[in-house]
Design a protein around this ligand. Structure first.
Ligand code: HEC
Length: 453
């Protein structure tokens, strides 16, 4: 009802330019706007969360009214980079066109507060952990200090967890203390339990991007990303005695900060019946794809394809790259020839990395070809380009370097196909690496230098 009248309202405004608000049914904060803000904005825009100001009261919202109308119209807020694709995503943070129009119309009308009896209840949030109280909370043993200035820092900080039995991890969440400089983190487990013994200087942890070769990848966290529990009882194995490693990417902001996060772990009661695995296109964030972007290149593309050797159920999709990436896409060409889009990000933003979970598992039959592509815009037209004039950009860990791939997380449709899928995708990774070594004899040297950094 409201949706229709608000749309009509906004078109009256735009058609007539001026309209007498008094003669039209009036939109108020209490009646129409507060529910939109509480349901779509307040989870981040409240004390202690990622957003820089709260949007919980009439005056909070009215003070920012014009800006709110602008950032909702441009789809900058709520942050959600994935376009609608062939399959719907869970917890999609996307306002409807009529909600956006309602906000615009309300701001034009002078932002009336309305009748207090219409005001909805303030939203309530669980304990501060978005997924509820964790099964285990661990604090970093000591603070890591990030200077005010300087290059980006990759730092691996390991925590001994003291687990005396294997656990099945359904989710990890963390509360960084230096939120403004933590760009993203990746999580790893080191089953040897030795990573926390590694020292490098006075600060906790050690540098580099391999997490000390910790073999188990456990996802990550980035500004704007919501922690998710793996759906349907799925979980990742965390072997007993493991160290948990947080690989931080810090980006100094002009103010010195100290990071001493709390990390919350959520465990499944029992082992899952199906095993999660991940396909990356191209593998290893494009490390073996010869990424080399000349200055002032408008559209540099990396593409990769992989054909499924068995049926797979897709659970989620995501992407990773640095600042100058522009567009990412993943499609599935079914054996029938039909093309489905799994992920499409038209306007990549490094600040908003998220993982997109499908509403329902998407069954991709054996023989489905998965195509991934990542585009970069290395011109000064790209407002996110950190270099002006533009420079040659190659693969690396600093933000002015690039890397990039799209990924698909899923389970074998039939668990019996797990090793077939794993081995076959492993073969794809090896082929990509071997092709690079063949075409670039100096590659192994470069790789060693990168890994030693
Ligand atoms: C997932 C967390 C999240 C959600 C949900 C969210 N925001 Fe934000 N918002 C942020 C963060 C973080 C920033 C600051 C970083 C930035 O500006 O990119 C921000 C910034 C803003 C700004 C300032 C933009 C500027 O240019 O200064 C406005 C206005 C805003 N949000 C409004 C909203 C509104 C309205 C909604 C709901 C319709 C919303 N946000 C939902 C996290 C969120």
């Amino acid at each position: 009802m409201f949706a229709v009248s608000a749309l009509a309202l906004s078109s009256v405004f735009s058609a007539a330019g001026v309209a007498s608000a008094a003669t039209l049914p009036s939109l108020t904060f209490n009646k129409q706007i507060a529910p939109i803000i509480y349901n779509n904005c307040a989870s981040c825009h409240r004390p202690g969360e990622a957003a820089p100001f709260s949007l919980l009261s009439y005056s909070d919202v009215a003070k920012k009214g014009k800006l709110i109308a602008a950032v909702t119209a441009s789809h900058y807020m709520p942050p959600w980079k994935a376009e609608p694709t062939s399959y719907s995503f869970k917890d999609e943070r996307r306002l409807t066109e009529s909600q956006i129009a309602m906000i615009a119309a309300w701001v034009k009308e002078g932002m009336p507060e309305g009748n207090p009896s219409d005001a909805p209840q303030l939203p309530t949030f669980k304990s501060g952990w978005m997924l509820g109280e964790p099964d285990l909370v661990v604090e970093l043993p000591a603070a890591f200090h990030i200077p005010a200035e300087g290059a980006d820092i990759y730092r691996n900080i390991a925590l001994p967890l003291g687990l005396t039995e294997d656990k099945w991890l359904t989710a990890v969440d963390m509360k960084p203390t230096a939120r403004s400089v933590v760009h993203h983190v990746l999580y790893f487990a080191d089953p040897s339990g030795k990573a926390h013994l590694r020292k490098d200087g006075d600060e906790p942890g050690f540098p580099g991007m391999t997490a000390g070769n910790a073999p188990i990848q456990l996802g990550g966290w980035a500004l704007g990303a919501q922690p998710h529990k793996e759906p349907d009882g799925l979980a990742l194995r965390l072997p007993k005695g493991s160290d948990f490693i947080i690989q931080y990417h810090f980006h100094p902001t002009g103010k010195a900060e100290a990071e001493k996060a709390l990390v919350g772990f959520y465990f499944a009661k029992e082992a899952p019946r199906r095993t999660l695995m991940s396909l990356q296109l191209p593998p290893t964030y494009g490390l073996f794809s010869g990424l080399d972007i000349a200055p002032n290149t408008k559209d540099y593309v990396l593409k990769d394809s992989y054909v499924l050797p068995a049926d797979m159920d897709a659970v989620s999709v995501g992407a990773h790259a640095h600042y100058i990436a522009k567009e990412m896409k993943m499609t599935a060409t079914l054996p029938s020839g039909e093309v489905k889009t799994l992920l499409w990000i038209k306007d990549w933003d490094f600040a908003w990395q998220d993982r997109y979970y499908f509403d329902h598992f998407v069954t991709l039959p054996k023989g489905t070809r998965i195509d991934g592509e990542v585009h970069w815009d290395n011109t000064t037209d790209n407002p996110k380009n950190p270099s002006n004039p533009t420079i040659r950009v190659t693969w690396g860990e600093q933000s002015k370097d690039e890397m990039g791939s799209v990924f698909l997380q899923g389970v074998p449709h039939d668990e019996a196909d797990l090793s077939l899928l794993r081995n076959d995708y492993g073969k794809h990774q090896n082929e990509t690496m071997n092709a690079r070594i063949k075409s670039d004899p100096a590659f192994m040297k470069k790789l060693q230098a990168l890994l030693a950094q």
